[in-house]
Design a protein around this ligand. Structure first.
Ligand code: FEO
Length: 392
């Protein structure tokens, strides 16, 4: 795609990656993604803000073919989907300086083997004049690495936010056209990489709240012309209390755990508690992560296999532990054939979760009357806890 103008002498460059289906060898990308870079041409100096994934470097280099000079390459974030083409840009523009946070400098030296003298480190709130345009750098750590920052262009009231406020969507629409679609994709992205750091994200949101923004231009997905849409959404994900929602990732081998899960879901629904059910054999983990943003309670359903939880259930527990959702309660349901340490193993895998563990329900073989009664009790206990906490 050719460069596209956002405002006077500010352009989108980059690549729409329609075919990518996995990020970090982990995160599903059902709708592809984009790597957005931006060119800001001041009356005296020109800055390129971020680059693109090195797999797509040719496209960016073609877009830069007729650009006479680049004085600065601003690297908001050292991850390679944004930084990976910096070496090629430096080959074409050897006089350019790479503008980074002090932390990013060390990371880019490690990741890209760039020489130390190519960097200009900027402190929080430092400004860089491009002549009639100015870049103000605001440190916003832990979005989702420790070195991250954003840039504000006051003359055009544009915030360049890199991963912050981004979404994995491939589209030819430069600006947000369907807020519902972007809300879901942005929430998925927040859940997958930023949820564990939401205390710092909250501080970053507070820091940006005083800016007079007309546009937020992230480095994935579409550009926001209504900044409040995405900042309000982030504030909700970060600050809102959990919902009256049970997120239930499970796996069943021969039907016993499935029967227990089905019974528990029905009991919860009768009690007025919403449930999002994820059969881990077919689950998109991005959707599971997104559901965890709102969950009041997590219940893991698993059979016992090789004396412990099913590996898919262990994966879900590991993921939940890494994502650190706000959920306040957790339980485990499942079946076993002759014994094992499913509950102990799973409980040991979630040290990061600040949850009260509700009495697990395990049964030998197919569930019986007393199993269903125990599941009813668990549903009642979850319902009562949610009511006490005011989850709505
Ligand atoms: Fe889009 Fe954290 O890189």
């Amino acid at each position: 795609m050719h460069p596209r103008q956002i405002s006077e002498r500010v352009s989108w460059l980059g690549v729409v990656d329609w075919d990518r289906r996995l990020f970090d060898s982990l995160i599903p990308l059902p709708d592809g993604t984009s790597y957005n870079a931006y060119l800001v041409q001041g009356s005296e100096k020109t800055a390129l803000l971020d680059t693109v994934d090195p797999a797509m470097a040719d496209t960016l280099m073609a877009q830069l073919r007729d650009v006479p000079k680049i004085d600065y390459i601003v690297s908001h974030h050292a991850e390679q989907d944004h930084s990976g083409t910096i070496p090629l840009v430096l080959e074409k523009f050897p006089q350019a300086k790479v503008v980074v946070t002090p932390k990013a400098k060390g990371m880019l030296i490690d990741l890209l083997r760039l020489p130390e003298d190519v960097f200009v480190s900027v402190e929080d709130n430092e400004t860089l004049s491009l002549g009639d345009k100015t870049l103000k750098f605001i440190h916003t750590p832990w979005v989702h690495w420790p070195e991250t920052m954003v840039s504000y262009l006051p003359e055009d009231r544009i915030l360049f936010s890199c991963d912050f406020f981004g979404s994995h969507i491939a589209t030819t629409d430069l600006f947000v056209t369907d807020e519902g679609r972007v809300f879901e994709a942005a929430k998925r992205y927040f859940a997958e990489i930023m949820m564990p750091f939401r205390a710092v994200i909250a501080k970053n949101l507070e820091k940006l709240s005083g800016l007079d923004m007309n546009v937020i231009a992230p480095s994935h997905g579409q550009i926001h012309r209504r900044p409040a849409f995405i900042t309000d959404a982030y504030n909700e994900w970060v600050h809102a209390t959990p919902r009256n929602l049970v997120v239930l990732p499970y796996v069943s081998m021969h039907g016993s755990t499935q029967a227990m899960v089905d019974h528990l879901v029905n009991a919860l629904v009768v009690n007025g508690v919403r449930v999002e059910l994820f059969n881990l054999v077919v689950t998109d983990i991005g959707k599971l992560a997104m559901a965890l943003v709102d969950a009041g309670t997590i219940v893991v359903g698993t059979p016992t296999v090789l004396a412990g939880p099913h590996p898919l259930a262990a994966y879900a527990a590991f993921l939940a532990n890494a994502l650190r959702p706000k959920a306040r309660y957790l339980s485990i349901v499942g079946s076993y054939g002759w014994g094992g340490k499913t509950v102990e193993t799973l409980s040991g895998m979630i040290p990061n979760l600040k949850v009260e563990v509700l009495e697990p329900v395990l049964c030998k073989g197919m569930p019986k009357e007393d199993t269903f009664q125990a599941l009813d009790n668990l549903a009642d206990s979850i319902t009562r806890k949610h009511q006490e906490q005011g989850f709505a």
